[in-house]
Structure formats: structure tokens, C-alpha cells
Write a protein that binds this ligand. Sequence first.
Ligand SMILES: Cc1ncc(COP(=O)(O)O)c(C=O)c1O
Length: 371
Amino acid sequence: MEKRINVTRSLLPPFEEYIEEIRPMWESHWLTNMGEKHQKLERELSKYFQVPNVSLMSNGHMALELSLQALGLKPGGQVITTPFTFASTTHAIVRNNLEPVFCDISPADFTMDTAKLEELVTDKTVAILPVHVYGNICNVEEISRIAAKYGLKVIYDAAHAFGETYRGVGIGNFGDASMFSFHATKVFHTIEGGAVCYGDADFGLKLYRLKNFGIRNEEVVDGVGANAKMNEFQAAMGLCNLRHVEKEIEKRRQVAEYYRERLHGVDGLRLNLRQEGVTSNYAYFPIIVEKEKFGVSRDEVCQKLREHGVYARKYFYPLTNGFACYKGRFDAGMTPIAWKISQQVLTLPLYGELGEPELSQICSIILGLKK
Ligand SMILES: Cc1ncc(COP(=O)(O)O)c(C=O)c1O
């Protein structure tokens, strides 16, 4: 049995570094409730992201759910989004008593196809929630234009886009808010965690209260909030990981380049495109397996890799509008490009420490299947 290779491996700082970071808590006994580490990480991330404000959350999902709530959208309003994403994006809309309307994706970069966006706007539309899938940046100019034309709010699911810039601008600056995930499987993590980047101070205040039960002050609770506070141990992990993330991204770049070199130009295998003007964080390495040309299907490639202990992921499959919990409510057939890509996509293992012998083995297994 060969060593198991997962799709990712969580980055960890040197053990001693983390211990030093949490040591002061044994003096202060301050473990959560927006303590020193929480505040420091917010400051450091707003510098790193080049954004005016960052609000830390217990996880990315709560960051998204509470951002939608803080915008005060009309209940029952429609939110245009895409189904080629993680469960969180669609669930956050539904759990806010809003109605997702699914726009198809671009086959080139898997983000919202803005040529199909405007026709979905109705008098019930209140917001657009696009996803920077795999760190591929959405057509932010066109989304802003359409949002301005119809007076819609825009929240980006930027869970995959940590630290990226578009034409020199931090990606968290687009739209009314952008949500980032700092889950353990992400390029940068705080074990569990997330953040919202935003510009408007009123929105920030609402968000701050909503992540702490809607408490305004000791005697007044005037919001129906949740508990989404990032605790001090999480923030300490973030402070440590932030010191190492640049190095990790550079190592990931080298892994991605290795894949590109070995897998490009193979009939029936399509690699993620490089987007002009975007500094990539190399979060994922998706490949599209076109059975008609490659000779075997995505599922067969995935299965063969598993037989060798390589756990690539069918990410994203199934589409969120095909989930069992939404049966009878949405129809995955309405987004045919997303449906097709979800049948063909496979995300290959990618993390800084993935060595050349493993990479070579993964590529050889895939190329050996070509018919
Ligand atoms: C596209 C997308 N949106 C939202 C989330 C939710 O983030 P979290 O897992 O931090 O709650 C994730 C993460 O896993 C994601 O990949």
C-alpha cells in the first residue's frame, strides 16, 4: 500500500512559534470575545489584503450568512448566484430567507457567466453573490455595472481568493463585501475561521454586533444575532500562519508549474487558465477530463488515483442546485455548463510540501489512462 496523498494538507507553523504566540493567554486568561489576538489579526489582514476593514468570524460560512443579514435585504428577495460552489454559498442565501436564482458559469474560468446575468434580474432581485472559484476572479467590472444599473448589493464569496489582487487591487475591495474562508484546508487558515472585508462603517458595526448575538451594549440587544466570534487560539494560529503564507504560496506555485508542464497539451485534458492581471494564490489545481477525447471519464481517473492512495476530489460535484435537500425546488438542468463541468472536473492534490516523487506518480497515473 502506497502512502495516502490527500487533496491538501494543512499548513502548520513551527510548534514552538505557536506556543510563544499563545503563551500570554496564560497570563491574561482572555481566550475569546474580540481579544488582543483577534484585533491584531484584523489589523494585519487588512494590511495584507489592502482593504479598509476586516471583521474576523468563527468560520467562512458565518461570515457569509451574517454579511447577507447585515445588508438588511428584503425577506424573500432573490439573490443571483452560481451552483458551481461549496454548499455554504447557497445555504447562506436560503438560511437568510432569501431565494437563490442560479446563473450559469463560464466554461473558461468557472465563475458567473456575466453574459447571462442581466436576463435573470427581476423586480424581486436584491443582490448578486458571485464566487471567485478556485481563486479565478469573476468579471468584477461587469458585475459592478449591472449591480449599479439595477441598484443591487454585491457580496463576493472569496473563500478561495486569499491574498489575491486584480490589476493591483486587493480582491476584497470589490462589491459591498467579500467573504474569505480560513478553514484548515485553505492556503491560509486559522483552523476554522473566516473574515469579511468591507468599506462601509455602518455595515461593519452591524456585522460586529451580529457576530456577538446582536448585543449593542450591556443592557440593549437589538439584533437577532449569532455567535460567530473568532477565538484567541484561532487568531493566534492566523498570526503565525501569516508569517509563512508567502513561502507556502511560492511552493504551491512550483507544484502547479510541475503539473502544468507534465499535463499540458494532452488531448482531452484541460487545465485551469491563467487569468491576466490576477496574482494567483495557487489554492487549487482543477483539471477538466473530456471523456470523448481523453478516452476515460473523470470518475475513472478519480477511481484509478484512489487505487494508488491519491485522494483527488470531485470539487464541485454535485452542483448545489442538485442537492438532495433542494429536491423539487431547484433544477440543475437550468445551468447546463455548470452541470457539464461538474461531471468533468477533478481537483488534484496541491500543497507546498507535495514532493516531486508524488507529483510524478500522480501525473504518470493520469497520463497512463489516456487512450
Ligand atoms: C466557495 C466556498 N464558500 C464558502 C465556504 C465556507 O467556508 P468555511 O468552511 O470556512 O465555513 C467554503 C469553504 O470551505 C468554500 O469553498
